[in-house]
Design a binder for this molecule. Structure first.
Ligand code: BEZ
Ligand code: FE
Length: 303
């Protein structure tokens, strides 16, 4: 019955329209979405003007979005939704594997492959940084042949894709590496810096209206993929960073805060070079979770 609906009867009427959905999960998600959306609207007694403002806002989020500027993802990030979804996916609370966190908008599919030990800075100036990682399973055994994606900002807090003109469209400060037989990977780059999430779009309006910080603490991104293991998307955050407690996208975790060690000019770098300028080193062991042995679909997809 959808005639003469009232503020209270409309919710069930809309939910009923999903009962014939072939997909059980779709029915469950949409019925719940309608329930929460209507409850929210009743709770705040949303006005017509506010509804119009919200629709106009979402329209502008869509207009701003491109493959390299994902304003909708940013909206999800600043509302804590991206981290919440990630938490739900990893709610087994396992403490024996490295914590995951959000992907962010700056991962690029076409990143260059690099050999261990190479310089992935792409010639961008900055304080040299030597990153050494190990990839192990929860028993501490090395994971050889794991794919390691890494990407980070420059010393002013900008990613390569944010300065495409200056870098002549060249990708920099990112690479795809592979762990050696002892599960190790290592590279040289430049030290990243904390930075604001993009605020020149509609999401910036929310941050400013709420007087919220746009800053993300300094970090390096990693995405590990290895056969037989769950993928791991994570970051390492610099110990002592002033924005750790107020990450604009709620992605910082205590377990991922590590020491970026400062070294003086004249000291020897991990690659054996005597450095003529100050540099940093960071070292970490990442622990991957084995894929559920019973997961036949995944195994089938890999073959
Ligand atoms: C990032 O860490 O690259 C990032 C994550 C969320 C929003 C903006 C940037
Ligand atoms: Fe980032």
């Amino acid at each position: 019955m959808s005639l003469d609906l009232t503020e209270t009867t409309i919710t069930e009427a809309v939910q009923k329209t999903f009962t014939a959905a072939h997909d059980d999960r779709m029915r469950e998600v949409f019925c719940s979405l309608v329930q929460h959306l209507h409850d929210f609207t009743r709770e705040v007694q949303l006005t017509g003007d506010e509804w119009f403002t919200a629709v106009d806002f979402l329209e502008r989020v869509g207009q701003m979005s491109t493959p390299t500027r994902q304003e909708f993802v940013l909206l999800s990030d600043i509302l804590g939704l991206s981290v919440l979804v990630d938490q739900i996916a990893h709610q087994d609370g396992s403490t024996s594997t490295t914590d995951s966190t959000l992907l962010g908008p700056f991962f690029v599919e076409g990143r260059p492959k690099a050999e261990n030990g190479s310089d992935i800075s792409g010639g961008v100036d900055g304080t040299p940084l030597f990153c050494h990682g190990s990839v192990v399973d929860s028993a501490g055994n090395p994971v050889a042949g794991a794919h390691v994606d890494t990407w980070h900002s420059d010393g002013d807090g900008f990613y390569d894709v944010q300065q495409a003109q200056k870098l002549h469209d060249k990708l920099a400060m990112r690479a795809l590496l592979t762990t050696d037989e002892r599960g190790r990977f290592w590279y040289r780059s430049i030290a990243p810096r904390y930075y604001p999430v993009p605020t020149d779009g509609p999401c910036g309006e929310i941050l400013r209206a709420a007087d919220r910080s746009a800053m993300r603490p300094e970090h390096i991104h990693f995405w590990f993929q290895a056969e037989g293991y769950e993928p791991l998307i994570t970051m390492l955050f610099r110990y002592g960073d002033p924005y750790l407690e107020t990450d604009a996208v709620f992605g910082a975790k205590r377990s991922l805060v590590v020491e970026f060690v400062d070294h003086q000019a004249g000291e020897t770098a991990p690659d054996g070079t005597t450095m003529t300028e100050p540099f940093q080193t960071v070292e970490w062991t990442f622990t991957l979770e084995r894929k559920d042995q019973g997961d036949v679909t995944d195994r089938a997809e890999q073959t």
